[in-house]
Write a protein that binds this ligand. Structure first.
Ligand SMILES: [Zn+2]
Length: 180
């Protein structure tokens, strides 16, 4: 649990964070709504765990995902347990972290020193930021020189990230289907 608790702490105290939740027709979702909807029907277990970890700050669900990701990195990408642990930490952080741009708070623009509304230079107006390569190396524990030299680590994390985003999408859709 220690590693996952630290991970949740790194992401900041988010509370039951449903602000990043894609909305359907319902204007305000409560954590009870989300919890209830995730428990209904036959939702894929991975999607269920991501939904609980991401939108309800459920650390137990985060821990289960983390263990599953470690196994996946070892089985699919043939890395040893130490590497798998670090890459799982990175993949989990990547999918659970709300990548809202800290400068514009997701709006894509902000007031500059002259009080003019300008496109945010940090995120280029997109409203979100990605983890830098250096940050990815830091979180995964893969030394920076190794990360730069061996592109396969970034590739492995990308591969797993796509699967996780797909599960997140399934969880979001499931919630909207049950609440609308
Ligand atoms: Zn921004």
């Amino acid at each position: 649990m220690g590693d996952v608790s630290k991970l949740f702490a790194m992401m900041g105290c988010r509370g039951a964070n449903i602000s990043g939740m894609p909305r359907g027709g319902k204007p305000s979702l409560t954590s009870e709504d989300i919890s209830g909807a995730l428990g209904m029907g036959n939702l894929d277990e991975g999607a269920y765990l991501i939904g609980r970890a991401k939108w309800l700050d459920d650390q137990q669900a985060g821990l289960k995902l983390y263990e599953a990701l470690k196994k996946l990195f070892m089985a699919k990408h043939k890395v040893n347990e130490t590497r798998a642990t670090g890459l799982a930490r990175l993949a989990l952080f990547d999918v659970l972290w709300f990548k809202t741009c800290p400068t514009c708070k997701g709006g894509g623009d902000h007031f500059n020193d002259e009080k003019l509304l300008v496109t945010c230079e940090r995120c280029g107006g997109v409203g979100s930021v990605n983890l830098t390569e250096r940050k990815q190396s830091q979180i995964s524990g893969v030394p920076w020189s190794t990360w730069q030299r061996n592109k396969s680590f970034a590739y492995m994390v990308d591969d797993v990230r796509i699967q996780l985003l797909n599960l997140e999408h399934i969880a979001g859709k499931h919630i909207r289907d049950y609440l609308n």
